[in-house]
Every structure is written in structure tokens, then in C-alpha cells.
Design a protein around this ligand. Structure first.
Ligand SMILES: *[C@@H]1O[C@H](CO)[C@@H](O)[C@H](O)[C@H]1NC(C)=O
Ligand SMILES: *[C@@H]1O[C@H](CO)[C@@H](O)[C@H](O)[C@H]1NC(C)=O
Ligand SMILES: *[C@@H]1O[C@H](CO)[C@@H](O)[C@H](O)[C@H]1NC(C)=O
Length: 377
């Protein structure tokens, strides 16, 4: 630790000053457990400065002073609660004094204004920000008195180091290339401000991948309102949830964790839909779906997106038998067309006709609980 006014600091600042006309001048720090401590009760105050020769931070100073030497300039900054760096003149002016600008911010917050100068040197305060920890054009915000920092990320990025690119959904991620593995990713279907971005599990392998996995459950689920990912309930365990309300999709996958069987359904229509705004619609809103995987392909399928007291969640079921004489019937969230024959893919409903979970079996009946996951793309 170097006290302001101690012999070490005097010497180094003196050194800096004396050498200031030499051409080469690298960063130099004073040791210390913290980089900045302003005056407290006991009067202890110091800062570890780094010198940037013939550079200046071109922002409006808090105060401009004339001082006898650099040490006095640094001391004024430590004493001023809003000062985070200084510009000081490389040359004395007529009165034999040095111009000293106390600045309200630092070179990290204003990197575009940190410029070459023929008349100034710049003193910054030591911080972990000097190792450029923030990626993807993120701004490092130094917390000098804690020797800490955080990264203010540029649009499109998130994470401690802004290392995470934000995507609309898992299919968007898939389109960036095949190197993304199954796992948790930050999604922000509406982009813009990332305050509403969230973590979701992306299945990047099943049927070419790109599935945003919405929930895992062995019984009930409420995708409209159960939208918060809890790291203690990871994907594949009962209780995994994320926010699928804004995910645009034309395909839906059901994964049966007992057998590992998977079925997915593709909308014959071209327009993608999203759950938000579509809860409770009759199935003819979305037309017919083709099934692939472990299901009976004698059927065409239909989709419901529900949030009522009887049934909540996605539900895919058969539309009709291939026998043309057996007319199909589009279901509603609480009217399943008396369909006691076709395969259903659903979680639990409230009522003796819909207990338990159906995966590729008729679901207009009471079934056992069964762990399944549902995803969209
Ligand atoms: C840097 O900018 C952030 C906001 O962009 C602000 O909260 C912080 O106080 C600034 N820090 C300094 C030292 O100017
Ligand atoms: C799982 O797949 C196997 C093989 O395709 C099939 O025999 C079995 O009936 C399927 N089970 C379910 C529940 O879909
Ligand atoms: C059905 O009832 C159970 C138990 O009361 C409840 O947890 C679940 O959310 C209900 N399901 C629906 C779709 O409302």
C-alpha cells in the first residue's frame, strides 16, 4: 500500500515527472491492495496511478487547477469525490505551474475520447479494467474503491464478460453454425433491450436441432405463466421451465424421457405462430400438422395452445384416420371431439378424462404420469 505523500509515491511521481520528456514511457503502477481510497476518518487516502504519456481524456473537467507538480494534481483527484482520472500538462506554463484537470470519468467509460495529445499526459487509476476483460465492445465500468468492475455490454451481448451473444431463439443460434452444442443459451425473441432476455435449453441435435425447449414435466405445466428458468431444475427434470411465449414456430417436438422416443410435427402452412396471443384458439386456427418420428403416421395432427382450468400447455393429437369416411374434428382446449382413438401428445388435464401424460397414445382418458419435454422451432 502506498500512502499519498509517502516516500515511495513521491519518488515514483517525481520519477514520472522527471522523465516526462523522454520519448518512451510505459504504464507504471504503485503497489496496493486497493487502487483508490479517498479520505476517511483516519485521514488515510491514496491512489495507484498509471501514466499514459502524451494522451488525454477529452471530456469536460470537474475542475481545472494549477499545481506545482504531478503529485499535487493526483492528490486533488483523490480528495475530490467525483474525480476518477486526471489530465496534466506536459509542460509548465509561465508561472512555473502545471495545468491539472480533474475528470469525472475514466478512459474505459470514454474510450472514444481517449486521444493522443501534444500537451497533456493522462493519469488513470489502477483497475482490473486495464486488462480489457469486457468482450464484444462492452464497456468496463471500474469500481475503484473495491478493486472490482462490471461489464456494460453492447447491444446483442450479455454475461459477466459480454461473452454471450443474445439470440432470438435456438433456431437463430443453429443458423450461426453447427458448433453450438445442446445447452443453456440467452434468448431474447424481441431483441431490443435485453432486460427481458432469458435462459433456455437449446436442443441442437434432435432432427437437425434448433429447438427451444419450453418445459419438462411429468404432470401439469402452465407455459403462459411458468416462464422462469430455475437452475436447480435443469432441462430434463420435472420443473424445467423457460419462456416460450414469444418463440415463433412452425414445428413442435415432444420428447419422451422414459423411452428416449421423439416426435415432431410440422405445420403445413408457411406462417410461423407464437403462443402469445394464441392461447385458447380452436385447432383449425393452425390447420393440419405432419408428424415425424415415433408416432402413427396414419394420422394428420392438430395443435392446441391452452391455458384454462381444464388444460394448460401444448397439445398435439390426431385429426382423423386415413379412412376418408371418418371425418376429422378440430379440437378445442376443453372439447376434445370425443376422440378416443387417435394418438395424443399432452401433459395432464384436470378431469378424469385427462389425468397423467400422453406420449403417442390415446389421451382422452386417464393415464399415468410420464416425464416429457416440449420444444418449438
Ligand atoms: C461509467 O459509466 C456508467 C454508466 O455507463 C456509470 O454508471 C459509471 O458511474 C461510470 N463510471 C465512471 C467512473 O465514470
Ligand atoms: C418408442 O419407439 C419404439 C420404436 O419405434 C416403439 O416401439 C415404441 O412403441 C415407442 N414408444 C412410445 C411411447 O412412443
Ligand atoms: C389442475 O389442478 C392442479 C392441482 O390443483 C393444478 O396444480 C394445475 O395447475 C391445474 N391445471 C390446470 C390446467 O389448471
Amino acid at each position: 500500500m502506498a500512502l499519498f505523500g509517502s516516500a515511495i509515491l513521491d519518488m515514483i511521481l517525481f520519477c514520472i515527472f522527471m522523465n516526462s520528456l523522454l520519448p518512451a514511457f510505459s504504464e507504471e503502477y504503485l503497489d496496493g491492495t486497493k487502487s483508490l481510497k479517498r479520505h476517511s476518518g483516519n485521514g488515510l487516502a491514496f491512489a495507484n496511478f498509471a501514466v499514459h504519456k502524451f494522451r488525454h481524456l477529452n471530456i469536460t473537467p470537474l475542475v481545472t487547477a494549477s499545481v506545482k507538480n504531478i503529485k499535487d494534481c493526483g492528490r486533488l483527484c483523490v480528495d475530490h469525490s467525483s474525480c476518477f482520472s486526471v489530465n496534466f500538462a506536459a509542460f509548465f506554463h509561465e508561472e512555473g505551474l502545471l495545468l491539472c484537470e480533474l475528470l469525472p470519468s475514466d478512459k474505459y467509460n470514454n474510450s472514444d475520447k481517449f486521444l493522443d495529445s501534444v500537451v497533456f499526459h493522462h493519469l488513470s487509476i489502477k483497475t482490473p479494467c486495464s486488462s480489457d476483460p469486457c468482450m464484444n465492445s462492452g464497456t468496463c465500468v471500474a469500481k475503484y474503491e473495491d478493486d472490482e468492475y462490471h461489464c456494460a455490454c453492447a447491444e446483442g451481448f450479455l454475461g459477466k464478460y459480454c461473452e454471450e451473444k443474445v439470440r432470438f431463439d435456438c433456431q437463430d443460434l443453429k443458423k450461426q453454425g453447427n458448433f453450438f452444442e445442446d445447452g443453456m443459451y440467452w434468448l431474447d425473441p424481441d431483441r431490443g433491450s435485453h432486460s427481458n432476455a432469458f435462459l433456455a435449453y437449446c436442443d441442437m441435435t434432435s432432427y437437425s436441432g434448433g429447438w427451444t425447449m419450453c418445459y419438462t414435466t411429468d404432470e401439469f405445466t402452465k407455459p403462459k405463466t411458468e416462464v422462469t428458468y430455475n437452475p436447480e431444475l435443469p432441462y430434463g427434470t420435472d420443473g424445467y421451465r423457460t419462456n416460450c411465449n414469444q418463440i415463433k414456430f412452425s414445428e413442435i417436438i415432444f420428447i419422451d424421457h422414459q423411452t428416449g422416443n421423439k416426435s415432431y410435427f410440422t405445420n403445413a402452412g408457411v406462417t410461423k405462430i407464437k403462443a402469445d396471443g394464441n392461447y385458447g384458439n380452436r385447432a383449425d386456427t393452425y390447420g393440419l400438422w405432419h408428424g415425424f418420428g415415433s408416432m402413427n403416421d396414419d394420422y394428420e395432427y392438430q395443435l392446441l395452445i391452452c391455458d384454462n382450468e381444464f388444460y394448460s400447455g401444448f397439445l398435439v393429437s390426431g385429426y382423423r384416420k386415413i379412412v376418408v369416411s371418418e371425418r376429422g374434428c378440430y379440437k378445442e382446449c376443453s372439447d376434445w371431439c370425443g376422440d378416443f382413438t387417435s394418438p395424443y401428445f399432452r401433459t395432464a388435464a384436470n378431469g378424469s378424462d385427462g389425468n397423467g401424460v400422453a406420449f403417442n397414445t390415446n389421451g382422452h382418458r386417464s393415464l399415468a404420469n410420464r416425464l416429457i419435454s416440449v420444444g418449438l422451432r
